[in-house]
Design a binder for this molecule. Structure first.
Ligand code: NDP
Length: 317
């Protein structure tokens, strides 16, 4: 991409890419500092919290709050101070010179003095052909979005982390039975979450189990499983198959310019949100594979806005 290629262009001082807790917090701070930020939501406005249920660990909500509702609040707060929140997907960037060029939806080019990357992470998939073929036809990576379609029916969920436990519990409230497919003989999830699924009579945990195939021509009808200890293969009827095996950072479009670790998480200078490119900052899950919490994402979003503000101020001196 060459600067100025696009007919439709605009110049901004702070461009925020992504609309999770990190992006919106950066927007709140940048807007209140008078930097008139423009924020592009990306393909999943509100980010990962829009596909979760109760958030019980975000300070300030003693009774908990639903993830989508919390993100609505974040957006309103960002807009209240003048953030322009726009729907659109960043498809290309050129960070080789300032102002940085960012292309939205393959059409519009934004020239930005500073860019705040808060693109988060996305769900991982098992990689089975049947999983792709039946996606949206019984296969889902979001129990909260799609669980309702399987009310009163039998479903399965793969994974053994906090997400899988949380979603298994959620599904158990709606469905008649939930098979939880765990590939090892122990779970990675926190003890409290494990206890919740272990004590739920509607959840049956299948240990040492791998999914060989999701069955069904037009929609999910069952699954073929392998017990890796006994080497026994079994087929179980289900109508919904949920995948909750972790995430990967949404950082592919920045690869040419931004330094990342081997998993694709953006490297920032410790104690800051600065990347290897001047004027480009990263916050939230795009640069954090350790904590990955809404509150830590929000915290780094605040840092990114302050770093951007200081960077802009340094240009004026
Ligand atoms: P995690 O990376 O923690 O867990 C992923 C799970 O999926 C692991 O149990 C892993 O198994 C399993 N897995 C990975 N690949 C496969 C595969 N190909 N087949 C079968 N199983 C597979 O991801 P989560 O999304 O659960 O959690 C991410 C982070 O978010 C964590 O830090 C978690 O604590 C946090 N979180 C907190 C919540 C809360 O506090 N309310 C709610 C949700 C998430 P194995 O263990 O064998 O590697």
């Amino acid at each position: 991409m060459k600067h100025g290629m696009s007919q439709d262009s605009e110049h901004v001082s702070v461009l925020i890419i992504g609309s999770g807790p990190a992006g919106y917090t950066a927007a709140i701070y940048a807007a209140r500092a008078g930097m008139s930020p423009v924020l592009y939501t990306g393909g999943q406005p509100g980010g990962q919290l829009t596909i979760t249920t109760d958030v019980e660990n975000y300070p300030g909500y003693p009774e908990g709050i639903m993830g989508p509702e919390m993100m609505e609040d974040f957006r309103k707060q960002a807009e209240r101070f003048g953030t322009q929140v726009r729907y659109g997907l960043v498809t290309e960037v050129d960070f080789s010179a300032r102002p940085h060029a960012v292309v939205v939806d393959g059409q519009k080019t934004i020239f930005a003095e500073t860019v705040i990357i808060s693109t988060g992470a996305s769900a991982k998939w098992l990689g089975l052909e049947s999983e792709t073929r039946l996606n949206g036809r019984g296969v889902s990576a979001c129990a909260v979005c799609d669980g309702f379609f399987f009310r009163g029916q039998e479903v399965a969920i793969v994974g053994a982390g906090d997400t899988a436990c949380e979603e298994a519990s959620y599904l158990a409230n709606i469905c008649s039975k939930v098979y939880m497919i765990v590939r090892r003989d122990e779970m990675r999830a926190s003890q409290i979450m494990q206890n919740r699924v272990k004590n739920n009579p509607k959840i049956e945990i299948l240990w040492n189990t791998e999914t060989q195939e999701i069955l069904g021509a037009e929609e999910v009808t069952g699954m073929r499983l392998l017990n890796t200890k006994t080497e026994k293969i079994s087929e179980i009827s289900i109508s919904g198959f949920f995948v909750a095996i972790g995430h990967e950072p949404n950082t592919g479009i920045f690869k040419e310019f931004i330094t990342m670790d081997e998993a694709g998480y953006i490297k920032t200078i410790p104690g800051t949100t600065k990347t290897n490119v001047e004027g480009v900052f990263a916050c939230g899950d795009a640069q954090d594979h350790v904590y990955r919490q809404a509150v830590t994402a929000a915290g780094t979003g605040c840092m990114a806005a302050l770093d951007a503000e200081r960077f802009l101020a340094s240009l004026e001196n």
